[in-house]
Design a protein around this ligand. Sequence first.
Ligand SMILES: Nc1ncnc2c1ncn2[C@@H]1O[C@H](COP(=O)(O)OP(=O)(O)OP(=O)(O)O)[C@@H](O)[C@H]1O
Ligand SMILES: [Zn+2]
Ligand SMILES: [Zn+2]
Length: 802
Amino acid sequence: MNIAKVVVDVPASQTNRIFDYKIPENFQGSVKKGMRVIVPFGPRKIMGFVLELTNHSDFDRLRFIDDLMDVTPVLTEELINLGKWLSEETLSYYISAFQVMLPQVLKAKYKKELQRLTEEELPEILEIIFANRDVIPYEEFVSRDGSFYHLQKAIDQGLIEVSYQVHSRETFKKETMIAPNRESFLLDEELANLPKQAIKQAEILSYFIEHPQAILQKELLSLLDTSRSSLKVLLERKLLREYKEEVYRNPYKEDKYPKTTPLQLTEQQENSIKPILSTIEKKSHQVFLLHGVTGSGKTEVYLQSIQEVIKKGKEAIVLVPEIALTPQMVERFKGRFGSEVAVLHSALSAGEKFDEWRKIQRKQVKVVVGARSAIFAPLENIGIIIIDEEHETSYKQEDHPRYHARDVAIFRGEQHNCPVVLGSATPALESFARAQKGVYQLLTISKRMNNAVMPKVKLVDMREELHAGNRTMFSRQLMKDIEERLKRKEQMVLFLNRRGYSTFVMCRDCGHVIECPHCDITLTYHRSKNSLKCHYCGHEDDMPTKCPSCESDTIRFFGTGTQKVEEALNKLMPEARVIRMDVDTTTRKGSHEKLLNQFANHEADILLGTQMIAKGLDFPNVTLVGVLAADALLNLPDFRAAEKTFQLLTQVSGRAGRHLLPGEVVVQTYTPEHYSVQLASEYDYDSFFQKEMEIRKTFQYPPYFFLTLITVSHPNQVKVIEVTKTITKLLNKHLSSQTRILGPTPSALTRIKDRYRYQCMIKYKNEPNQRKVIKKVLSFYQKEIQKNDLLISVDLQPYQLM
Ligand SMILES: Nc1ncnc2c1ncn2[C@@H]1O[C@H](COP(=O)(O)OP(=O)(O)OP(=O)(O)O)[C@@H](O)[C@H]1O
Ligand SMILES: [Zn+2]
Ligand SMILES: [Zn+2]
C-alpha cells in the first residue's frame, strides 16, 4: 500500500472530502489507518487523519506525506466509521467529527505566522503592524484589527505569505526511579562496611536488600524520611541506579476507595437486571430504559451488569452528567472495580485526561466512567453502555459537531452487539415515548431502597407571602423548617436556579407570566426596545406597565443570585453555617470535592447551590430540601420548560431522606397550580408524561414533531436579516408542504460579541430531503461564510433555543 486517503484539518466545505497522498518509501508499512500525519496542503503543512490505505488513486501527481504524528493509531476502525456517520448525522465536517473523539492534547495546534516576502513598501496599515519585522504571529495581526482586505491583496500579490507550524501538545510525565544496581548479597557486604555515622545510607541499603524492585524516588525519600544527599552517595558508588520512567498522572488513587462487594438485589432490581443480563448473554443489541425513582438503587444495577460484562472479558462505558461526576460517584465505581476504571472528567488537567485516555487505548482498563465525550472511548470490545440521568441536556454538545451522546451510544451499541441502558428517575419525554412504543424496553423500579418513603413536598405560594407582608426570599414555612433542623442538628440543601435570570416578566401579585399567544412559550424581554418577543415565531408585544391579568403594577423581571441568598441567610439566621456552591465557588480544581467533604463532615448546616447540587448527592443527614424559586426554570422560553422543571424538582427532592431519617421538601413558587409543580410534588411521572405529551401534540413539538434550528450571525444586522429571510424562502420552496418554517426571528440572545443573531426553525414530521436541502443552502453561502464573516449554524436536534 503506497497511497493514504487523508482527511485534512481544514474545516471548510471544499476540503470536507478525502485527499490522496503518496506514502514515502521510509514510511511504508508504518503508516496505519487511524493515524495522524502531517501533509502538505497548498503552501502549508497541516495535520490529517489517515482513513484508508490503498494502491490506487484516480489522481496523478500526488504529493507525499510529510511526517507521521503517531506511532500507533489514535482512531480505531470502528471510530473511523463512527466519525463518518457522525459528520453525516450532524452535518458537520469530517475533521470536526474526528477531532471531537480525541483528548485535547492530541489536537494539533498550529502556529500561524505572517511572513514578509518583499522589501517593497506594503500598504501603510500593514507596515504599521509589521513594524520592521519580517515575521509576525498571525494572532497579533488579528488582535490589532488588521484589515483582511489589505492582507488578502498582499497575499495575492505575493508580498506576504501565511506559514503554518504544527505543534503537537502531547506530554508524557516522567519521574525518577531508583533501583538496586547490585545483587542483594553484595549490598549486604556494603552495608556491613558502611561507616557507623552513615545511618541514612544504611537504611536505604537495608530497604533495597529487602525490596529489590525499583521505586519512585519521591516515594522512597518520604518512606525513609531522608533526603536526596544520602541517596546521591550510593548512586555515585554505583550501588544504586536511577532512571526516568513514564508514569501516569493518577488523580484517583485506588487505595483511597474502600472496596465494595455486590449487594443482594431487591426483587425490583432483580427484575430489572435480568433482561439486561440475558442480552449480554445473547450478545445482542437492545436499548433499555431503566425508570427508577430517586434512591431506588439504579447504580447497583449498573454495577452488577458491568461485573457480568467484565467476567465475559468485555468492557463498559458509563456516562454520567458532568455535574454529577462527583467524588461520590467516582468512589462507587472505583470502590467496586478499582484500577480497572478510567475516569474522564473535565475537571482533570489536559495531561491527566490524556493519561486516562491512554490507559483505555492500551487496554489497561475495563470500565470508562465519564461525561459526554467519554462515549468516544477507544474501547474495542464493548459489552455494555450505560447513560445515567439520561434526560440531562448536557449530553447534547452545543458546538460542532452537535451530537447527542445518546445517539452515539446507540450507534456504538449496534456495532458491538451489546445493550445500552438509559437510566433516570425522570426520563426525557422522547425516551419514555420510545419505551411506550416498544422501541426501548422499559424496566421499572418504583420503590426506594428499604421501602423508604419519598420525602413529603410542601408547596408554598409566594404570592400569599407577599400579601402577608413577607418581602424576603424565604417563606414563613421554609424559615420555620430550617430553624427546626438547626435545633435537631440535621442538614439541609437549599436550591436556587439561576438559569433564566431576568429574561421573563412576571406579576409578583398574581404570578401571571406573559406568554406568546401562538406558541405556549414565555415571551422574552428585550431591553433595547423595551419589548417582549417570542423567539420561536417572532410575535412581539410592548412591555406592559400593568399586569394584564390583575392590573397590579408589580409586574417585572424575575431573578436573584446565590450570593444574595447567602447574604440574606446570614442576616436572618446568623447561627446557621452555610456552604455556597456555584460556579463562582467551584472554579478552582478540587474545590467541588472540598466543599462536599466539608458538608459530609457536618461542618455546615446548609448547602446552598445551583444545578450542581441537584444530582447524585447522597448525604444521610439531609432531611430538608428547599427550592427557593421553582418558577425560574418554568418560565424559560423553551418548550421543554415544564419538563425541565418536573425533572429538576424531582431530582432535588430526591436528595432528602435517602437513609434512615425521613425527609421533607419545601418548594416556593408563584404558580403552585402549574401541573409540572403539582405532579412533581406528588412524584407522579406517569400523569406528567400524559399531560405533557398532549401539550406537545397540540403545539406540534417533539416528540411528535422534529425541530431543526438554523442560526445566522454576522456583525451587520441588515445582512443577517437578509440571509435568514433568503434561507427561510429556500427552505419553504424545497421542503415538503406539510413542513412548517418559522422565522426569521431574532434569537433570544440577539447580539453576542457584536454579532447579530437571527434564526429560523424547521418543524417537520417526515422530511427525508432535509439534509440535502440544508447542505445546498450552506454551499450556496459558502463563499460568504469564508470571506465575509458570515456564520450559519445548523442544529438538527436543538436543546438550547437561545
Ligand atoms: N440491593 C441493595 N441492598 C441494600 N442497599 C442498596 C441496594 N441497592 C442499592 N442500595 C443502596 O441504596 C442507596 C440508593 O441507591 P442509589 O444511589 O444507587 O440509587 P439511585 O437510583 O441511583 O438514586 P439517584 O437516582 O437518586 O441517584 C445507596 O446508598 C445504595 O448503596
Ligand atoms: Zn410565538
Ligand atoms: Zn397580576
